[in-house]
Write a protein that binds this ligand. Structure first.
Ligand SMILES: Nc1ncnc2c1ncn2[C@@H]1O[C@H](COP(=O)(O)OP(=O)(O)OP(=O)(O)O)[C@@H](O)[C@H]1O
Length: 259
């Protein structure tokens, strides 16, 4: 079945052109990222998929303005990225929430400039969106790992970022929680129409979530292939088309037919 992807004609939000990164090494600099070129459209869910050490985080750091590339540039809304921008929010696996603030204080952290009624409205909207209503006054230490991760997503969304970057946000969680949070992220994205760049080394995660998967290979990291996942949501994880995409990506990463 072929599903026309409306994102294919949307405006380009992010454009990476010839982005490469060398880190200083013993002797000569080590190339972590070969020149990469890609685009991400408004409202798209793009996954960067690749093995450990292929440069996914390095690329994300360049896109976020935390790291200057050795060559090339990243443009967001046509503007070169030169430094971190509070309109673009990162969610990392280990970054965690602020343990000294309650759930609602965590979500409200970036909202202090808003008038009180709007702040209250956002707090209750995002508490509800991530299923934490009833835990507003709880401390992070009273939450499970999955709830903390939902809190982190709520905190990121509450400031209404124009892009969301997620670096393996669910990888420390158990398989069931991970699966649930992926569903929730998709539900939230459908409601909020966020543009999302999601880093993962999990093939299933990428097929379950992405509109497009950029498959990366290592040493130096490069974009090996771009795969459009033309499946409607919610995705049936046992459908022949789903399994076909999964096999295709396994094959692409050289993991097919291994025992
Ligand atoms: N600050 C740094 N200095 C030197 N080398 C670095 C630095 N950061 C990353 N590297 C190297 O760059 C390469 C890519 O690392 P990166 O963390 O981007 O990979 P990754 O794909 O995100 O890996 P993982 O999935 O394990 O998080 C690795 O070989 C790593 O050792």
């Amino acid at each position: 079945m072929s599903v026309e992807n409306p994102l294919k004609s949307g405006a380009i939000k992010l454009r990476a052109r010839g982005v490469s990164v060398h880190f200083p090494g013993e002797g000569q600099p080590r190339q972590a990222l070969a020149p990469v070129d890609f685009e991400c459209r408004e409202g798209e869910f793009l996954c960067l998929l690749g093995p450990s050490g292929c440069g996914k985080t390095t690329l994300l750091n360049v896109i976020g303005g935390f790291l200057k590339p050795t060559t090339g540039q990243v443009l967001i809304d046509g503007e070169p990225v030169t430094r971190p921008d509070p309109r673009r929010i990162f969610v990392f696996q280990e970054r965690g929430v602020f343990p000294w603030l309650t759930v609602e204080e965590n979500i409200g952290f970036g909202l202090t400039d808003l008038p009180a009624p709007e702040r209250r409205r956002r707090l209750s909207h995002y508490l509800e969106l991530v299923g934490l209503t009833g835990f507003a006054r709880a401390w992070p230490s009273e939450l499970s790992g999955g709830m903390k991760q939902r809190l982190e997503v709520a905190r990121a969304l509450a400031v209404k970022p124009d892009m969301l970057f997620l670096d393996e946000p669910f990888s420390a969680l158990d398989a069931i929680t991970r699966h649930t949070l992926r569903q929730e992220l998709l539900r939230i994205q459908a409601a909020e129409r966020q543009t999302i760049l999601f880093v993962t080394h999990d093939i299933d995660e990428s097929v379950q979530l992405a509109d497009r998967v950029l498959v990366m290979s290592s040493r130096p990291g490069r974009i090996q292939r771009v795969v459009d996942i033309e499946l409607p949501h919610p995705r049936d994880l046992s459908s022949p088309r789903y399994l076909q995409y999964r096999d295709e990506l396994l094959d692409e990463l050289g993991l097919a037919h291994q025992v």
